[in-house]
Every structure is written in structure tokens, then in C-alpha cells.
Design a protein around this ligand. Structure first.
Ligand code: UT7
Length: 308
């Protein structure tokens, strides 16, 4: 007994910021950012809060899945940039979409957050506690980064994505690998002044080791090979991370969905944004085997193999 995705939705802030625009406010260039990361522009939330974006993505996922708000029993919001500590972003989503019967809480797994929340939702469904769960990934990374640090600030963007899971008795697949922690990305100082600092190369090395390991481990657990996998949706951090992982795995690059050129790294929102975009483009078909891999702050990593 596990849950299947029955609806997805997303929200992106209206304002986009190109690399050239950034080069007017800091010492950087479109060429450096594109070559090192693959990013061309990102969306930046000027008006919207994290909860605004989360609630809009959630409402769209309900509409897409034709699920009524009062059917939702649990709302999990993966975020490391909630507007306030409480009410949690999930509580604000609950109020905005009118999910009066839902328990709601946030989960901070940094860029792995959506996959960790996904796996948490599956655990609730498998335990027979809930049947219909809304999982949201939403981030305002532009409010978290240090804009005087060009090596980190140019990498991130804002947005939200959401998926509704419904109990599906005959869903054959769900294989999960876990989380580990030794801090490399961190914030320091008093709470209000906290800004992200990152050893980019250490995270890069971590990611290119972890992604292939995660894909191989999930295939092993499921008794399949990477050839049997239709899509790998990785956290969208850097095209060079994706390319290096693909080389190590020896998988066709077309199986790795990528959209970070337009959104940059939206942390916990990147995987549900990709899922929603793929659904809209008609790329997700029933029976396909998909792997999701999240990695990032903590350092954390999490993966799941599922069938759509
Ligand atoms: O969700 C996970 C989040 N984390 C990540 O995805 C990080 C993964 N790591 C990376 O993506 C890469 O390590 C970066 C994109 C962050 C950096 O790429 P790199 O090839 O490791 O560059 P680097 O840090 O070695 O920097 C090379 C040069 C340095 O100048 P010098 O020392 O060679 O003179 C930097 O000061 O590039 C300089 N630099 C920049 N130049 C223009 C750093 N940031 C910029 C910038 N514009 N924005």
C-alpha cells in the first residue's frame, strides 16, 4: 500500500533576473554563470512570500488532481525559507486552500526536502494513518543567500511545486534510500542575520558521488537496472553535476530531466517544479519508472523510485 501522485502544481514568481542583470550589481558575468552552472536566469520573489508560492502551487495541484481541499488529511511543506517559524508554511497553506481536515507541518531537509517529505508521506500512507496527502516544496532562496557572496548568490532561485498523493493499493514500486548529515552548508550568527555559506566544490564532489550511488542502490533494491528506468529527476543544482553523474552511471542523458537553466537552484522546490513541468509537457506516462534524487544542505541526500 503506497501513495501515487494524482496531481501536481507549481508557482514561479513573475519577476525573472538574468545573469546579465546580476553582472550589473556584482562582479560576475553571464559567461561565467552559464559555463560553471548552466543557469541562464532565475525567478525572484519580490512580492510573494514562501507561503504565498506554496499555497498557489498546492491549489494548482488539487485542481490538477481533481481533489477537494477537505479530502487532504496531511500537508507536508518542505522548506528551509519559511516566512516565520510559526505558523509553519504548511499551516498557512492549510488555511489558504481551506484544507480544514488536514494536519500540517513543515520539514526542513534543505535541497533534499521534497524527497524526504515524499518518503514521509509514503510512510504515513503505508502505516494506514492517512490516505490523501499534499506535499509541497517551496523556497525563497533569494532571501537566504548573501548577495555580497557572488560564488553562492548567483546559483539560487525562488519557486514552489506541489504533489497530491493518494492511496493506491496495487502500486508496485517504492524504494527508498536515506539521509546522512555532516554539515558543509550552514548559516551562522544570530537568527535574523543568518545567511548561507557554502563550500561549493565540496558539495559538488558530494553530489557527483551521491547521485550515481543513489540511482544504483535504488535499482538494486528494486531488482532492476538503470536501463529499466524511464526518468531520473535530480535536484536541479548545476548542469555539470548532472553531466558528471550521467557519465558515471553510463545512462543516456535524455533520461535526466533538466530545467535549471530557467529556474536556477530552487532547493526543495526543484523536484516538484520539474514533476509539474513534465506532467504539463506530457512526458509522464502511466507505468513509467521514475527515480527522484535530492541532495544538499546538511549534507543530506534522499532518493526514491516510484511508478507514475
Ligand atoms: O543544492 C546544492 C547546492 N550547492 C551546489 O550546487 C554547489 C555545487 N558546486 C558548484 O556548483 C560549483 O562548485 C560552483 C558553481 C559553486 C563554483 O564552480 P567552481 O568551478 O568550483 O569554481 P571555483 O569556486 O573554483 O571558482 C573559480 C573562480 C574563482 O576565482 P579565482 O580564485 O580562480 O580567481 C572564484 O572567485 O571563479 C570565481 N567566481 C566567480 N567569478 C565570476 C566565483 N563565483 C563567481 C561568479 N562570477 N559568480
Amino acid at each position: 500500500m503506497i501513495g501515487r501522485v494524482c496531481g501536481t502544481g507549481s508557482y514561479l514568481p513573475i519577476r525573472t533576473v538574468s545573469n546579465d542583470e546580476l553582472s550589473h550589481v556584482m562582479e560576475t558575468s553571464d559567461e561565467w554563470i552559464r559555463e560553471r552552472t548552466g543557469i541562464r536566469f532565475r525567478h525572484v520573489a519580490l512580492e510573494e512570500t514562501t507561503s504565498d508560492m506554496a499555497a498557489e502551487a498546492a491549489a494548482r495541484a488539487l485542481k490538477n488532481g481533481e481533489v477537494n481541499a477537505d479530502e487532504i488529511e496531511l500537508i507536508l511543506t518542505a522548506t528551509s525559507s519559511s516566512d516565520v517559524i510559526y505558523p509553519s508554511a504548511a499551516c498557512i497553506v492549510q488555511k489558504r486552500i481551506g484544507a480544514q481536515n488536514a494536519l500540517a507541518f513543515d520539514l526542513n531537509g534543505a535541497c533534499s526536502g521534497f524527497v524526504i517529505a515524499f518518503n514521509t508521506a509514503q510512510a504515513y500512507i503505508r502505516a494506514g494513518i492517512y490516505k490523501t496527502i499534499l506535499v509541497v516544496g517551496a523556497e525563497s532562496m533569494s532571501r537566504l543567500v548573501d548577495w555580497s557572496d557572488r560564488s553562492t548568490s548567483v546559483l539560487f532561485g525562488d519557486g514552489a511545486g506541489a504533489a497530491v498523493f493518494e492511496l493506491c493499493k496495487d502500486a508496485p514500486y517504492e524504494h527508498v534510500v536515506g539521509v546522512r548529515g555532516d554539515t558543509l552548508i550552514r548559516v551562522g550568527g544570530p537568527c535574523r542575520e543568518q545567511r548561507m555559506t557554502m563550500d561549493g566544490q565540496a558539495v559538488f564532489r558530494f553530489a557527483v558521488t551521491t547521485i550515481p550511488q543513489c540511482v544504483n542502490e535504488l535499482c538494486q533494491k528494486a531488482g532492476v537496472t538503470p536501463d529499466d528506468v524511464d526518468w531520473v529527476i535530480c535536484h536541479q543544482a548545476n548542469v555539470r553535476i548532472l553531466d558528471a553523474s550521467i557519465r558515471r552511471l553510463g545512462m543516456p542523458a535524455e533520461k535526466f530531466y533538466r530545467n535549471l537553466d530557467r529556474y536556477a537552484n530552487t532547493s526543495a522546490a526543484s523536484i516538484p517544479l520539474a514533476l509539474d513541468e513534465m506532467r504539463e509537457k506530457g512526458l509522464l506516462q502511466s507505468g513509467q519508472r521514475i527515480i527522484l534524487v535530492g541532495f544538499g544542505g546538511g549534507l543530506t541526500w534522499a532518493g526514491v523510485m516510484m511508478e507514475v
